[in-house]
Design a protein. Structure first.
Lengths: 583, 291
């Protein structure tokens, strides 16, 4: 059998079995060898028990999303076998412990059952039962036909902080799994990967970690984040690096405190942020309104998950687009962005901090469970280059003291007045949540109110001048247009590439939106005018982007593809839905 | 050698706006004491940030010229902590009402006390919501008739002092708005304390409370400092804080030195965040963690 271009591997078991770290270590091994990888996890909202799976797709070529094919399944319990047997491709490899094979009814299927005595091997090398995943990892590397030495190096780095003994023990156990497969299944070649030459260094990093790296590069100094799925990896990143990077991460008592702390830090003169999911963001909305009134920059990572209410906390959705755009009482300018993959998270977050300062507004970055907790394969070069930090209109000490400082100076043409920082001599002002005059003093006078409200809303026009139009993939003159935003782009792109940008005989292009509000109205009108078939694809049940397009351009999407099961789109799902819709 | 002490006149805090509080309001006494205390500590209008809640007390910012933050109802302390962690050299004083920081913002008070940021909280405690024309506040005593409790308050009142002692505040005091010299001294002490200082100030609401008048308070208030009370024992402080009706003590109930939130942040050891360098110096080693 020829070696494969792409292999998808899945490991399943109860939480607490080290399943996530197995996925990470396999991904790092493959990344070090030069493959392209995507890792995603699925788990219920529990600490221990429950069914947990990690899926790793490895390919010699660049791709954008997981698909539904499965080449290797590692089952650390019987439930994994029962739940995932239907995903197996004909000939797929199933690794399991014979102890878990009771009642196994897979013999009728065309698959390669490869029992590996995970418990026994672990035990014979003085390991705890929880180290079965390490045996499975070694076995996997053998089935993929990869070098054990690279895995060994990854194990070394993974356990570096635990000392030589732990490293050697894990290497020994992984080696035992590797050797067992090499000796026992020399002819099982179904999942052997074609070799690849490494061209550059790559990172295996989840979306929240990319957010963190981008934020600190953009000069983030203060973050107040209450724990909530799916932004917990960002908390770990910031807390673990607070000392070395000279930043403060504070765990607030609730999300209301979080946003108010971040606004305090912003007022004091540092770049600050919060992160949360829909429920926490609901609590923050009063603070978003306050940021609008005080004209304070702040960045919000809104990690969407399945709602309403507590919903399905560990599953993905794109349900908060309209909520984010309309968050906060009263009328004021804010910016809503929606990156679609790891590289875009990096550039968007840096941009978000810049925009927040430039326009003195809250900037909401929409992420989601799928992009935050999945591990992406990102070339190191994506993080290269200097990040220029421009704090926008900050008043200089030498310009103060001549006359009374007007923090909310109405004479500015773009709506953005220079700001001082408490403690600056001669910069005294009131940051006032009541309507105020140029100095911050309370006012209810109609003329001042109108002027001040106009000044704040003037920013919408200033921002409109720099809004980013959607990215177009495919022939701009194509007959069919697809629209999507945020992380949905991966599955849609892979579907289009597989279909060679032709659906049911008609050429198709994709408009991927990353700048959601203020809406890029003119560009979208231009891109969609005259197109008879427009298919909107969203991970929600109300097609919120389609509503925005209609609201700002008058153009109606003719077809809507939705998914709100909590499971991310796959290329297969998208392609089938497109073909069915466009019959 | 110490720098010569800057002279700050209370005139420095004057704005063009005249107070809008009802004549005789306890807020006047607190305002005057605060100005005297800041002047006594040489804290001028550019040197500190005063953070107000929403309520009658919060209107003070209009006639109190300093860097000011008038935020949302109940949220003074989270803002104050964000500021303090970003610039711990800046004196930060939160000025809140009893409804503001014991009702809407009760959770923030408990957690601020627990963390011990170097912030002073002055509570305007008059048992009513004056700005909304006289409903019962969380400190309203049982039986007190207000617009929202025509038959009299039935709930137990929140005692800001026992709450603060229990939550871990490192400076817990009570003052009286009718005693400006005494209150000035207490505010000075509270600001000078390194850690979270809570100063509950009893004040009459002359418009919506005909019971707890200046006279009512004067007949009951006493200073335990003269008796040789030493504020270093939580249980003694707790007992004193429960005294009410016949005799009402004012002064410092409890005080201790403990690490502040800011002292526990390693990033702040070399100076305030706002003055520190930004960005990532060693991006290589940061990225290596993910390879």
């Amino acid at each position: 059998m020829d070696a494969r271009l792409t292999v998808t591997w899945k490991i399943g078991g109860e939480a607490g079995y080290g399943i996530i770290s197995s996925g990470t270590m396999l991904a790092r091994t493959c990344a070090r060898l030069g493959y392209h990888i995507f890792v995603t996890n699925e788990y219920p909202s529990l600490i221990r028990g429950g069914h947990n799976i990690v899926t790793v797709k490895v390919s010699s070529a660049k791709f954008h999303a997981l698909d539904e094919d499965l080449h290797i399944l590692v089952a650390l319990n019987k439930e994994t076998l029962d739940l995932h047997k239907d995903e197996l491709l004909p000939g797929a490899v199933v690794v399991f412990d014979p102890k878990d094979s009771d009642g196994l009814e897979l013999t009728s299927r065309d698959i390669a059952l490869c029992p590996v005595p995970l418990f026994e091997i672990t035990k014979s090398h003085s390991g705890e039962p929880v180290m079965r995943n390490t045996v499975a990892l070694g076995a996997t590397v053998a089935f993929l036909g990869l070098s054990f030495d690279v895995l060994s190096g990854v194990i070394k780095d993974q356990f570096e902080h635990k000392g030589e003994e732990v490293i050697a023990h894990n290497q020994e156990i992984a080696r035992a799994g590797y050797d067992y497969v090499v000796m026992t299944y020399p002819s099982v070649a179904f999942a052997k990967l074609s070799s690849v030459s490494k061209t550059e260094d790559k990172l295996i990093i989840n979306g929240s970690e990319v957010f963190g790296v981008a934020a600190v590069r953009a000069g983030l100094k203060f973050a107040a984040i209450y724990p909530m799925t799916p932004i917990n990896a960002l908390i770990s990143f910031l807390a673990d690096h607070a000392k070395s990077l000279g930043i403060v991460y504070k765990q607030p008592e609730d999300e209301i405190a979080g946003i108010n702390m971040a606004l305090g830090a912003s007022l004091a003169g540092v770049r600050s942020m919060v992160a949360t999911s829909g429920g926490g963001f609901a609590l923050m909305t009063e603070g978003i309104s306050l940021a609008g009134m005080l004209e304070l920059p702040v960045v919000v990572d809104l990690g969407m998950r399945v709602g309403p209410a507590t919903g399905m906390p560990t599953w993905t959705e794109q349900g908060e687009l309209q909520f984010a755009i309309h968050s906060g009482h009263g009328e004021f300018a804010k910016i809503v962005l929606a990156p679609g993959n790891a590289e875009q998270i990096y550039s968007t977050v840096i941009e978000a901090f810049h925009l927040a300062d430039a326009f003195q507004v809250p900037v909401i970055v929409l992420t989601d469970k799928y992009m935050n907790e999945s591990q992406w394969c990102v070339p190191k070069s994506a993080f290269a280059g200097d990040v220029v930090i421009d704090r926008g209109k900050m008043v200089r000490a030498e310009d103060l003291g001549k006359e009374v400082f007007k923090r909310y100076d109405l004479s500015v043409s773009d709506g953005v007045s220079p700001r001082s920082v408490p403690g600056m001599k001669g910069g005294q002002y009131f940051a006032n949540s009541y309507e105020h005059d140029e100095f911050g003093y309370v006012t209810e006078e109609s003329a001042v109110r109108e002027k001040m409200a106009q000044k704040r809303l003037l920013k919408l026009g200033s921002i409109q001048k720099i809004v980013r139009p959607p990215e177009v993939y495919g022939d701009p003159k194509a007959e069919i247009a697809l629209t999507c935003f945020g992380s949905t782009v991966g599955a849609v792109l892979d579907a289009l590439e597989e279909a060679k940008y032709v659906i049911n005989g008609k050429s198709a292009k994709l408009l991927h939106f990353t700048w959601m509000s203020p809406f890029p109205s003119d560009a979208v009108t231009h891109l969609l005018t005259g197109i008879k078939t427009i298919v909107d694809i969203e991970q929600n049940g109300t097609s919120q982007l389609a509503s925005l397009i209609r609201e700002y351009t008058g153009i109606q999407c003719t077809h809507k593809v939705q998914r709100f099961s909590g499971r991310p789109f796959t290329p297969k799902f998208v392609l089938e839905a497109l073909k069915k819709n466009l019959q | 050698m110490d720098e010569p002490k800057k002279i700050v006149s209370t005139e420095e805090f004057k704005t063009h706006i005249m107070p809008t509080w009802c004549p005789g309001c306890g807020d006047f006494g607190i305002w005057m004491s605060l100005k005297s205390a800041l002047s006594g500590l040489s804290i001028g209008s550019d040197d500190a940030l005063l953070i107000y809640g929403i309520g009658c007390h919060g209107n003070m910012y209009s006639w109190m010229k300093t860097y000011g933050f008038e935020g949302l109802h109940g949220r003074t302390l989270p803002v104050a902590q964000g500021v303090k962690l970003s610039n711990h050299e800046l004196p930060v004083i939160a000025i809140a009402g009893d409804g503001d920081c014991l009702g809407e913002g009760g959770n923030h008070l408990i957690h601020a006390a627990k963390r011990n940021p170097d912030i002073t909280l002055i509570i305007h405690d008059n048992q009513v919501y004056g700005l909304t024309t006289g409903q019962a506040s969380p400190t309203a005593k049982a039986g007190f008739k207000t617009k929202s409790t025509p038959e009299g308050v039935t709930d137990e009142p929140i005692n800001p002092l026992t709450l603060a002692i229990t939550a871990g505040a490192t400076f817990v005091a009570r003052g009286f708005a009718g005693d400006i010299p005494g209150l000035t001294k207490l505010i000075e002490e509270a600001i000078q304390h390194k850690g979270f200082s809570l100063l509950d100030v009893l004040q009459p609401c002359v418009s919506f409370d005909k019971v707890h008048t200046y006279q009512w308070y004067r007949q009951r208030i006493y200073t335990f400092e003269k008796e040789g009370y030493v504020p270093n024992n939580k249980f003694e402080a707790y007992k004193r804080a429960l005294e009410w009706e016949e005799k009402i003590p004012v002064g410092v109930f409890y005080k201790e030195e403990r690490m502040t939130s800011e002292q526990r942040e390693s990033a702040l050891a070399s100076g305030p965040l706002v003055k520190s360098s930004v960005g990532v110096k060693d991006i290589e080693s940061l990225l290596r963690e993910f390879m």
